[in-house]
Ligand binder design. Sequence first.
Ligand SMILES: [Zn+2]
Length: 422
Amino acid sequence: MQISIPFRGFISLVVAVALTAACGGGTEPIAPPKPPPVATSIVFTAGANQSGFAGMAPAVAAVATVKDQFGNGIPGDTVIFSIVDGDGTVFGLPLVTDASGNATAPQWKLGKSVGPQSLRATAKGLTALLTATVTSSYNIDLRFFGPPMPDAAAAGFTAAAARISGSVIGDLADVNVGTTAVDLDKGCGVTGVSLPAGTLIDDVIIYASVAPIDGVGKVLAFSGPCFIRSAPGSTSDKLTVIGTMQFDSDDIQTLISRGSLKDVIQHEMLHVVGIGTLWSSKGVLAGAGTVDSRFTGTLGINACIGLGGSTICPTSVPVENSGGAGTADGHWRETTFGNELMTGFINSGLNPYSTMSIQSLGDLGYSVNPAAADPYNIPGTNFMATRGAAILGEMSPAWESVAKPAAMITRDGHITRLQQKQ
Ligand SMILES: [Zn+2]
């Protein structure tokens, strides 16, 4: 028995060699030709489900891959990227996939408003969708009050809040209104509304309504901060906690039909956050009431210079010096800055929300994101010479009524009414 084991092994080896020899005799059938690769799918293989700040490129580039029926990438196919949701941007000319079947979305940037974004890639009639989110830690809690408002107005308020949250991104310490309900009739004009005891405010509540103010024409809108933070020593001191915006229902259709409602709402909401309304209380307004009112915040000055204003803003930014109360001392100067959103007059056409406006909010103590700004350049002296007088002639004084803070509130709800509106 001891020698039979290697013997049997030898026989097996011989058989195996014989079978191999028989198969190599040239009788194997020819395999059918492999079908040519065809594009059957396009998928995003990098960059999906990111979140980031408004106007910025996401950390990871978006890559779309065109694949064949075997799952292999197809080189040389044409891919086009486009924005679907959000107002992001991407270079829209066709790209050709590389050796691995990949195409990278060129110059993709997120939109300027907080919310969902999506990017589409198409190739050979195939489509892939990638989602992303614009985030912010500055939350605007928008609350409508009063009679039902037109859909366009509600959409305008919502859009303005999303846009401003894209440009102001830092969280502020929560405020607890304390153990007593806060009556918002008093000083805020939010009729019939009170904040329940214990309400936690993160970071600002803005009440908005469309209701009769003073008939057709005259005042179109009323807005401003109502309660501001009392947090001495903190950058958030005197920043808005509760604000209000009211539009005249007799004028709202005119604003809608002119196409200016969205810009006017954003303008008013920025007054609530603090542009023009908190300048004096934050110590960044000089020469108020004079012919040369100026904004003195460093970030705003530098942004003005960056927009071409080196001779206009060497040490301060020109502030509106005409138009009466509500316009003067609370806006950028119209004759200098033209169609910028936060001049005292809404222009027909574009009203850009500039880096200067965003950075001026940084001077008030907010953490800001200038990448959320619209493209804007300060008009040259030619504009001032040719348009200045005409614009002054177009001014309709007191089209808006801007409120200054009515009360201060500490983080734990201690309220101090401000004796005089500043
Ligand atoms: Zn205004």
